[in-house]
Design a protein around this ligand. Structure first.
Ligand code: NAD
Length: 433
């Protein structure tokens, strides 16, 4: 298991190529310690919660299309199961590290607790570049990865879902591999599945829909609406593209969007349905008509009202936070703002809707998918979206109220609520043995 010392951080992260400039697990632990101090949580509990329950590293050898064999490195981390089986996505990306997966698993624990759903936190990842792999290679890697972690996962134990670089297609392979090994279909083993094999209506759009609901509540508190608000969105995958579409439908002007190849900008607003069609057709946003090219760094600093980082971690840092011009930040991505940037933005009066609140819609509808799978009884889309709205809006109100009561940030309030719930469950269950 990897140590989380400063030396180790430097050794494991190549800062010239990785998007991770700081160790995300150290950030997650730093946030937890701050929550502990702010909300007077027993330091013994913080000692328990700052560790991951289980972290597994696996080798995934597969035969590539050219006949050679390559071994990929994969991880599955379960942070906490005090409130229920652990839940969390699987990331395929070249920059994946064990400490990134640990941080993401800890954030999943807080997210599920904040939403009041009966799950703990987990995450998985494989160091690979899915864009450079064929479908056959990806299927082989996914099935072998599933086999390597098969004793860890299961509907009552740990339930994976999509994250960066994975989609319903990979979830179908995980579902099939697990089911083949069990000898019968096990719908509850994974969420984010295609509709044809037990997925839930509304799951694909759920993370963005949850983010939209949060933003609409925040705008209400600010006595305004999305109409005419200028939004810049980084990342145009599952989360970013649906958020862009929803904001466009709500009457906002989406002035900038981007993917890993860079962004496009039009101060009068981008035609989002056309941009989605263009991206589907060409695989990128470069060259989209009626918009000028910008970099991902420039997008963060654009003159806009709403900034939604929906790609990777650590894009708003101490280096650029003071130059951010948005009034509201919707964290579609996990961990896009570093603690140092948080302090700067808070002093500037920027309202941050933190990841554990703003992107929790995905895990909420994953919970619905799991429930539907266990019951083998599927709901209408309106029912899914209505229940999602209830849960997200309740969590928003609770966070907003605690923020006012404690005169703190939305992040501190959201993490505070979540950590206190997990701490309470841990205390109630008692320390085994
Ligand atoms: P995705 O793979 O569907 O899309 C990721 C997008 O980010 C792509 O457009 C990609 O081109 C872009 N990207 C990659 N590297 C980039 C870079 N360096 N700069 C700018 N853009 C870059 O992934 P997703 O599922 O949309 O996840 C995005 C974020 O949302 C992640 O932080 C993920 O953890 C978080 N999230 C996802 C879900 C979900 O349900 N999918 C739920 C909660 C949180």
């Amino acid at each position: 298991m990897e140590k989380t010392t400063k030396e180790n951080t430097v050794a494991t992260i190549d800062s010239t190529t990785s998007h991770l400039r700081e160790n995300p697990f150290q950030i997650a632990r730093q946030q937890l310690r701050l929550v502990g101090q702010t909300f007077n949580i027993d330091p013994n509990l913080i000692t328990v919660l700052q560790e991951c329950k289980k972290a597994v590293e696996v080798a995934i050898p597969i035969r590539m299309d050219d006949g050679s064999i390559r071994s990929f490195q994969g991880f599955r981390v379960q942070h906490n199961v005090a409130r229920g089986p652990s839940k969390g996505g699987i990331r395929y990306h070249p920059d994946v590290t064990l400490d990134e997966v640990k941080a993401l698993s800890m954030w999943m624990t807080w997210k599920c607790a904040l939403m009041g759903i009966p799950f703990g936190g987990a995450k998985g990842g494989v160091i690979c570049d899915p864009k450079q792999m064929s479908v056959r290679e990806l299927e082989g890697m996914t099935r072998r990865y599933t086999s390597e972690i098969i004793t860890l996962i299961g509907p009552e134990k740990d339930i994976p879902a999509p994250d960066v670089g994975t989609s319903p297609r990979e979830m179908a392979w995980i579902f099939d591999t697990y089911s083949m090994n069990k000898g019968h279909s096990v719908l509850g083993v994974v969420t984010g599945k295609p509709l044809t094999v037990g997925g839930s209506l509304g799951r694909l759009e759920a993370t963005s829909r949850g983010g939209l609901y949060c933003l609409l509540e925040a705008l209400k508190k600010m006595d305004t609406t999305p109409v005419g608000q200028r939004a810049a969105i980084q990342g145009f995958g599952n989360v970013g593209s649906f958020l862009a579409q929803f904001l466009h439908e709500e009457g906002a002007l989406v002035v900038a969007i981007s993917d890993s190849g860079g962004g496009i900008y039009n101060p009068k607003g981008i035609d989002i349905p056309a941009a989605i069609a263009f991206k589907q057709e060409t695989g990128h946003l470069r060259g989209f008509r009626g918009a000028e090219a910008i970099t991902n760094e420039e997008l963060i600093l654009l003159d806009c009202d709403i900034l939604a980082p929906c790609a990777l971690e650590q894009v708003i840092t101490a280096d650029n936070a003071a130059k951010v011009r948005a009034k509201v930040i919707v964290e579609g991505a996990n961990g896009p703002t570093t603690p140092a940037a948080d302090d700067i933005l808070e002093d500037m009066g920027v309202l941050i809707l933190p990841d554990v609140l703003a992107n929790a819609g995905g895990v909420v509808v994953s919970y619905f998918e799991w429930v539907q799978g266990l019951q083998e009884y599927f709901w209408k889309e309106d029912e899914v979206n209505g229940k999602l709205r209830d849960i997200v809006c309740k969590a928003f109100e609770e966070t907003w109220a605690l923020r006012a009561q404690r005169q703190t940030s939305m992040r501190m309030a959201a993490y505070g609520l979540a950590v206190m719930r997990v701490a309470e469950a841990t205390t109630t269950r008692g320390l085994y043995p």
